[in-house]
Design a protein around this ligand. Sequence first.
Ligand SMILES: O=C(O)CCC(=O)C(=O)O
Ligand SMILES: [Fe+2]
Length: 339
Amino acid sequence: MNSVKELVESNCLKSVPSNYICLKNSEDSILCETQNIPTIDFSKLTSSNPNERSTAIQQLGDACRDWGFFMLINHGMSETLRDELLRGSQGFFDMSVEDKREFAGEKLFDPIKCGTSFNVMVDKTLFWRDYLKCHVHPHFNAPSKPPGFREIIEEYSRKSREVVGELLRGISHSLGVEENYIHKRMNVEMGSQVFVVNFYPPCPKPDLVMGLPAHTDHGLLTLLMQNEVGGLQIQHNGNWIPVHPLPNCFLINTGDHMEILTNGKYKSVMHRAVVNNKVVRISIGIAHGPPLDSIVEPALELLPKDNPPAYRAITYRDYLQLQQSHQLDRNSCLDRIRI
Ligand SMILES: O=C(O)CCC(=O)C(=O)O
Ligand SMILES: [Fe+2]
């Protein structure tokens, strides 16, 4: 199995192999440091005080509409669990190539898959990223090694479903429909949940490569956390903004299926990950969507009158296939289903 980690460790790398070198245009490297993404306080969203809750719902709706990305604080998930998950993830990538090969997977919907880049079958340039991907709901799958990792992933997945469940209630509210609207329409209780660890080793020439190129996420909501190392950048009003997360927060983004469902009111925002030349960066994303066979299309109840649907109906499974079978490039996969 190819992996950036093994490449870096075996070669004492001073330069970058040519198949990793990304052509970047100069505009892409300009960063806007003056803005940071909004913050939502989860404890206010779940507060028994109606005023506090309705203010938080308003802020949540604004964040989904104006940014598509926000930090979530006071989410109730323990720092210990997050630390254990990061340690387990490091432990997974530290295993021998043979041990990891057991989980390599071959096909897109393999329940556990570990590999490198985005999809080596279609990538023209390789990305400076190794990954582990597990389908953790409605059926739970996770590697049996290293010891304890599977149990931590299971607990983390369960807790993140609870957090996302509350956020989806708040989002339904913010859209002016009853709080279980998205739950019912998207069958969230039986929904798919995909857990991904991104492992970005240090790179001798970080400016020449990409960890993950600009893309949008599939699904309704992604919950993202990282070790203490920065690298995530998001696009906002045409600018690239480096994200500086508050300690112990989650980064949440509205995914392509939220954009489809709301007919573009809540945007699925382009983001990318850059790497550095000093330390390993780990990020852990968990995407929450409807069941794989559900058809997703703009919800008529959410459309203003005379506003035609802007996306064609497609099953979640077919959409994933569409996204994974094309190179990640500067355009969102949503462009492929825009009417
Ligand atoms: O590494 C990051 O911060 C971003 C990861 C990401 O965008 C993804 O896994 O879809
Ligand atoms: Fe992403």
